[in-house]
Design a protein around this ligand. Sequence first.
Ligand SMILES: Cc1ncc(COP(=O)(O)O)c(C=O)c1O
Length: 409
Amino acid sequence: MEIKIIKDLMDKYKRPFYIYDEKIIANQIQKLRTNFPEFEFLYSIKTNPNKDVIKFISKNNIGSDAASKNEVFKSIDAGIPKEKIIYSAAGKTKQDIEETYDKCIITADSYHELEMINEVAKEHNIVLRVGVRINSNYAIEGGDILPSKFGIDEESLLSHKEFIDSLENIKICGIHVHLKSQILNYETLYNYYKDVLKLAVFCVEEMGFDMDYVNFGGGLGIAYSQRENELEIDSLGQKCKELINGFKEKLNCRLIIESGRFIVCQSGTYVTYVIDKKVSRGANYVIVANGYNGFHKPALAEMVMSYADGPLEKIHSVEPMFTSYDAYEVKVLNESQEKEKVTVCGNLCTAADLIGKNLVLPKVEIGDIIAITNAGSYGFTLSPVLFSSHDIPYEIYLNSNNEVFISKY
Ligand SMILES: Cc1ncc(COP(=O)(O)O)c(C=O)c1O
């Protein structure tokens, strides 16, 4: 993205903002389409629910992975058709179901939810086609098979067949599995997809599900830092073609991949400005507007790193709050050739409000603009923007013609 665009926007609005670059989103969508022609895609709205982002997603014929009833409504507002909105979340209330049963495909997350959906369908005198989330009997990265708050355990399915069949007002028409995000090894994803397909065949043959779709969930990772290698999406796509061919006889239904960060993360930049600069006992401090309360990731990364005991690369991610200690880059948008070591902080009344300690940056002046990369996913909505009642950053959507669309809060 052109630096001039960012500078002009800061001049005009004089407050921190997120900016999302449509060209990058379009490019990511293109990669998915080219490499996975057999699949449909759902955009995980929670990743970035900005209305202009969702509109672009809808324009590109991508459906929605909605994680709340309000995400179902946002999807409808953006023009996504009902059959492409799949509502999957743990802990839906009966009211959530009542308000959405005719607006999307609901994925039940527990046996209790299946019962509730059946009740709602009965009250409306219909038979509703629903999905079910399954906690598959598979360890995606080796190790133990873990319990989960999500879905129903694969091994419990058969013993619940009678119960499921007794629910006369629903018909299970799809399965949803999601075990992990941010996978960069294509073979890990390939083996996982293979396992989900086997599970789907079991669901048809042994459980009698009338399968309209198999939803493989998310997992497509992105290289956040230069240390990481991009997911070899072309190799994954190639292997998936053969895999799917092998299952064609037994499964003839929609194949769905969900994706959030892969589509939007790199499109987003968080932009703030330097309010003050000072030296304390020999250390340089730069204070910016809306640090932690604008973009949460640097402060969380600094906190996690302060507890690290051992190599930073080994710290486990806690998605989507913490991905890695270097999951973004801090840039100063000035022309200075001189470098200096500074600690960049936000203007909150807590020392935890840190962008980065001892960063070596071009010499920073008051008024300079600071841009942080990889801010397009799990950024604005996960940041505590109400803390200390500061002005809330704007969100700016930059379309392919460099027109801007502002969301003000
Ligand atoms: C069920 C499900 N699908 C998809 C996603 C999207 O993940 P990502 O942003 O890593 O693509 C998530 C993220 O939490 C998820 O829980």
